[in-house]
Design a protein around this ligand. Structure first.
Ligand code: PHE
Length: 350
């Protein structure tokens, strides 16, 4: 009897030894102890035998069955461990691999300069005002004392739209008139108006669209001294106290007197170079005392009040701050170029 059992055991052991995975073992299990397996079928045949043989044969078969189950389960357990190891190895996570840092968004340099300017003027008590970019020729020109034959009104300089008397505003100065109208004769008027403006220009230092910040103060007894003090507070806050500035007489139809403000050239420090065309200075804004006709057009009496106004090019100032001699890269959305300005965050101004 034990011979028969050990024979079954041997065959099984051989079969199991060559089984490479649990699927193969399951096949062997079916062959021997499945519903139609060899041992199972032999057990079913027992009923046909006489009681004596049935007893001994039954013992043999049951013992063989037990042995088969044990061997199969052993093998399955062993294979299970191996398969788990393989799976663990396959799913191994290398915790030492460097991660990919996500790019952090940042404000465009022009936005940063605009916000700096806004902060400086808001701290001095100005409030923000806005006007439309598609403007009437009245607000953009006539109300500002710019006559019909002024060169600024030439097709060469302005973008006219298909609607009569409409133009893409060539400066933020129309907001002077709109600001005075909105104040309805109250004093003081003290506004800054940031925004996009458009001119038919396109070279290294001019783009067809650029940004200005307009400033306007109207009150009793405003003088050129107020204008200078305000602008110097602004340049000191943005460029530091070591910066040199100068005011040059100029001409604008909407201011009288008119002055332009220059700062020392960042590229050469004032010695004279290509960026400043050899002068050592770069112009950053136009300004002056508000022309009496402009005050009148805004609803104010030039006999009683006076005012100053300025219009500052944000790109010009950004170029000065960041030391650029070409403004076109500011619009090309080259992320490498734009993120390069991060290094300026260490400076007091940004
Ligand atoms: N509007 C002028 C320009 O765009 C600048 C300016 C504004 C000058 C206000 C004087 C007063 O050139």
């Amino acid at each position: 009897m034990s011979d028969q059992i050990s024979e079954v055991g041997q065959i099984l052991a051989q079969q199991l030894a060559t089984a490479e995975d649990s699927a193969a073992v399951q096949e062997i299990r079916t062959e021997w102890v499945g519903r139609r397996g060899r041992i199972t079928l032999a057990l079913k045949e027992l009923g046909k035998l006489d009681p004596e043989t049935r007893r001994t044969q039954g013992q043999i078969l049951n013992a063989a069955r037990e042995q088969a189950m044990r061997l199969i389960n052993q093998k399955l357990e062993q294979l299970g461990r191996v398969e788990e190891d393989i799976q663990l190895e396959r799913e191994r996570l290398d915790m030492t691999i460097r991660g990919q840092a996500p790019r952090v968004g940042l404000l465009h340099p022009l936005t940063r300069v605009r916000r700096l300017l806004e902060d400086v003027f808001l701290r001095m008590g100005f409030s923000l005002a806005y006007g439309p970019e598609i403007e009437t020729t009245w607000y953009n020109f006539e109300a500002l004392n710019i006559p019909e034959d002024h060169p600024a009104r030439d097709m060469q300089d302005s973008f006219f739209v298909d609607v009569p008397h409409m133009v893409l505003r060539t400066h933020t100065s129309p907001v002077q008139i709109r600001g005075m109208e909105a104040a309805q004769g109250k004093l003081p008027v003290k506004i800054i108006a940031p925004g996009r403006v458009y001119r038919r220009d396109d070279d290294a230092t001019h783009t067809p669209m650029f940004h200005q910040i307009e400033g306007l103060v109207v009150d009793r007894g405003i003088t050129l001294g107020d204008l200078k003090g305000t602008l110097l507070a602004m340049t000191t806050a943005l460029l530091g106290d070591s910066i040199e500035t100068r005011f040059r007489p100029s001409y604008f139809p909407f201011t009288e007197p008119s002055v332009e403000m220059d700062v020392t050239c960042a590229a050469c420090g004032g010695k004279g170079c290509r960026t400043c065309k050899g002068t050592g200075w770069v112009e950053i804004l136009g300004s002056g005392l508000v022309h009496p006709s402009v005050l009148k057009n805004g609803g104010y009496d030039p006999q009683k009040v006076s005012g100053f106004a300025f219009g500052l090019g944000i790109e010009r100032l950004a170029m000065r701050i960041f030391g650029l001699d070409d403004m076109r890269p500011l619009y090309q959305n080259d992320v490498e170029f734009l993120t390069g300005f991060e290094r300026y965050t260490g400076r007091p101004i940004l």
